[in-house]
Design a protein around this ligand. Structure first.
Ligand code: ZN
Length: 262
């Protein structure tokens, strides 16, 4: 291991501690971030950390900036804006695997997997963070009715546009850093955005949703008002993290499949 790696690793550890101190990561989230960051460094060096950092910093800032409005959404969501290990793994696990793969078996496809997985995560986060700013409530893709802002599986024009921009940012940053071809750029942009769409569909049909027995609120967590809530949709073992991971993985696999076909 050379001095460059040690420098980048020290930078990752400092970044994880700062993210934990500023309540962007839980302690378990900070440990997972160091593991994911180390795998990225092995395969992609500091450039991999910059792409991951673009996702992490932009989406964390959007969450914080959106903080006031979000306080009511914490009621709906299973978790608040402090990311734990499962969220870090759901968003960064595929990028980490791509880092290990390029370290052991170098191939240009690893850059595609890195780009699409982070573009999909960024697209999804931007869509949900910025979508909640829209004045009109979003429309559920299950019944096309307007539902409470922040509901999984609901879409709005503003959120969809934000999701596109989120994917575009990662596509631009990774293309410039790794000097990827224009074709790879469009693959990352398209499949990153597509991952967000898969996320919405899985969120609408598979993700667990509960209804509180006391206050009647629809929520993503199994306990509300200090009581066990009733499952009203989806499967109890499919949480938001699971949906994020499955949609990222599907977008990456589809992207690799279609790229190989060209
Ligand atoms: Zn309640």
């Amino acid at each position: 291991m050379n001095a460059d790696y040690i420098g980048v690793l020290a930078f990752i550890v400092i970044g994880a501690v700062l993210a934990w101190k500023s309540k962007m990561l839980s302690p378990s989230g900070a440990v997972m971030a160091v593991l994911v960051g180390s795998c990225l460094t092995l395969g992609f060096g500091i450039k991999g950390i910059i792409v991951m950092g673009t996702f992490f910093v932009s989406s964390s800032l959007l969450s914080k900036w959106n903080g006031k409005k979000k306080s009511s959404l914490v009621e709906i969501h299973e978790k608040g804006s402090v990311r734990d290990w499962a969220q870090v793994l759901a968003n960064g696990g595929i990028a980490a695997a791509a880092g290990l793969s390029v370290f052991f078996w170098p191939t240009p496809l690893s850059f595609l997997a890195l780009g699409i997985s982070l573009a999909s995560a960024n697209s999804d986060t931007w869509a949900s963070e910025l979508g909640t700013l829209s004045k009109r409530p979003p429309i559920s893709i299950r019944n096309f009715k307007r539902v409470a802002t922040g509901t999984s599986g609901a879409i709005s024009l503003g959120g969809t546009l934000a999701g596109f921009l989120g994917s575009l940012l990662i596509a631009v940053v990774s293309t410039l850093l790794f000097q990827l071809s224009l074709e790879l750029f469009f693959f990352i942009l398209f499949f990153g955005f597509f991952g967000m769409l898969i996320d919405t569909i899985l969120g609408a049909y598979l993700q667990a949703e509960y209804i509180c027995r006391k206050c009647g609120l629809h929520i993503e967590k199994p306990i509300h008002c200090h009581e066990e809530a009733v499952l009203c949709k989806g499967s109890s073992w499919i949480r938001n993290d699971t949906v994020n991971f499955i949609s990222s993985l599907s977008a990456v696999l589809l992207g690799l499949f279609f790229f190989n076909g060209f």
